[in-house]
Design a protein around this ligand. Structure first.
Ligand code: NAD
Ligand code: LMR
Length: 333
């Protein structure tokens, strides 16, 4: 087992970065490994990372290794084990005179970032590097990056853990239990308003959440739309896109990938479809995942999808296919 780990974080001077980076070195996410940080920003703000580096040093983190910061992504990528690709523009802001309303409006703005970063990860990252795309639209950005990396032994994911955590929170309130007791809470499809939070496979004490809730009206009119639109609700309330919950979800994803999944559970992230559950190959789709005892991240293949789940998932697949079509010029595999 490696005692040291190198983690690259882009968008390190942004909102998510500020909440995420200290917790990468706090001894929880990577256990007792020494964490070497490689922080990346655009040239205009890279100097601000000096302040973050000072704060990290001042925070008494026994697991903190080296801290490097740069605007040169290729240099940062060398021999890295983990890439947390946060750097990109959020929605809710005005860009080129236009307010960005939907995550998909970011396709053309952010997509290009992932071509260059993907190439560098494929060339300079570790052969078994894990890559988590947080920047929106996360699924299609990950598709672009993965194609540019052209390195199948690396593991590309897009984040849907935040959606799963939101779903667990709503279900725990409804069922008066702790969020940690909700298992197998999977988000299928795209990190967008078409995502499908699968309450039918979710479990509380090994019992179906769907049966325990026993309120289809609440599921259809409250639960599903609230999970799908929670990102917008946070932007409306906060005046900025979710940051501390997004950082926590990224940490939860890393933790889930670094540790064997407990039996009877699975976790949520979008990965490249190999045709599992009849999802067309070649899109990054939210699936149920597990980490094996040897550290492989695999799709869990034995969940049942009801007719309702299938038709909701099909809507999200259609959206992913149309996003793929919209960025076909960036898919440089
Ligand atoms: P932010 O604007 O506070 O920070 C983004 C940072 O990225 C900025 O500091 C910017 O300079 C940097 N950046 C831009 N282009 C870069 C590049 N090419 N290389 C390195 N850094 C670059 O935004 P934020 O709130 O931290 O959000 C970041 C992204 O995460 C947004 O796209 C947002 O929509 C997305 N997000 C995703 C989820 C999810 O669940 N997948 C949740 C929340 C936010
Ligand atoms: C979220 O779900 O909070 C993020 O994807 C930010 C957004 O634009 O909704």
């Amino acid at each position: 087992m490696k005692k040291e780990i190198k983690v690259v974080v882009t968008g390190a001077a942004g909102q998510i970065g500020y909440s995420l980076i200290p917790r990468l070195v706090d001894g929880n996410t990577f256990g007792n490994k020494t964490v070497n940080l490689s922080l990346v920003e655009i040239p205009q703000v890279v100097s601000k990372l000096e302040g973050l580096a000072m704060e990290l040093e001042d925070s008494y983190f026994p697991n903190l290794g080296s801290i490097n910061y740069t605007d040169n992504f290729s240099e940062a990528s060398r021999d890295a084990d983990w890439f947390l690709l946060v750097g990109s523009i959020p929605r809710g802001i005005v860009y080129n005179g236009k307010k960005i309303e939907e995550r998909s409006d970011l396709l053309q703005i952010n997509g290009g970032i992932f071509v260059e970063q993907g190439k560098a990860i494929g060339e300079f990252g570790n052969q078994n590097a894990k890559v988590l795309v947080v920047g929106n639209p996360a699924n299609t950005n990950a598709l672009i990056g993965r194609a540019a990396a052209n390195n199948p032994s690396q593991n590309w994911m897009a984040m849907t853990m935040l959606d799963a955590n939101r779903a667990k929170s709503m279900l725990a309130k409804k069922l008066t239990c702790n969020v940690s007791e909700i298992k197998k809470m999977i988000i299928w499809g795209n990190h967008s308003p078409t995502m499908y939070p699968d309450y039918e496979n979710a479990l509380l004490n090994n019992q179906s959440v769907s049966k325990l809730v026993n309120d289809e009206d609440w599921i259809d009119s409250k639960f599903i739309p609230s999970v799908q639109q929670r990102g917008k609700a946070v932007i409306d309330a906060r005046g900025a896109s979710s940051a501390t919950s997004a950082a926590k979800a990224a940490l939860d994803t890393v933790y889930a990938c670094e540790n064997e999944t407990e039996s009877g559970n699975c976790f949520s992230a979008a990965v490249y479809s190999d045709g599992a559950y009849d999802v067309p190959k070649g899109i990054m789709c939210g699936f149920p995942l597990m980490t094996t005892s040897s550290g492989e991240i695999e799709i869990v293949r034995d969940l049942n999808l009801s007719e309702k789940a299938r038709s909701r998932l099909d809507v999200s697949i259609a959206e992913l296919l149309s996003e793929k079509e919209a960025v076909k010029d960036l898919l440089t595999e």
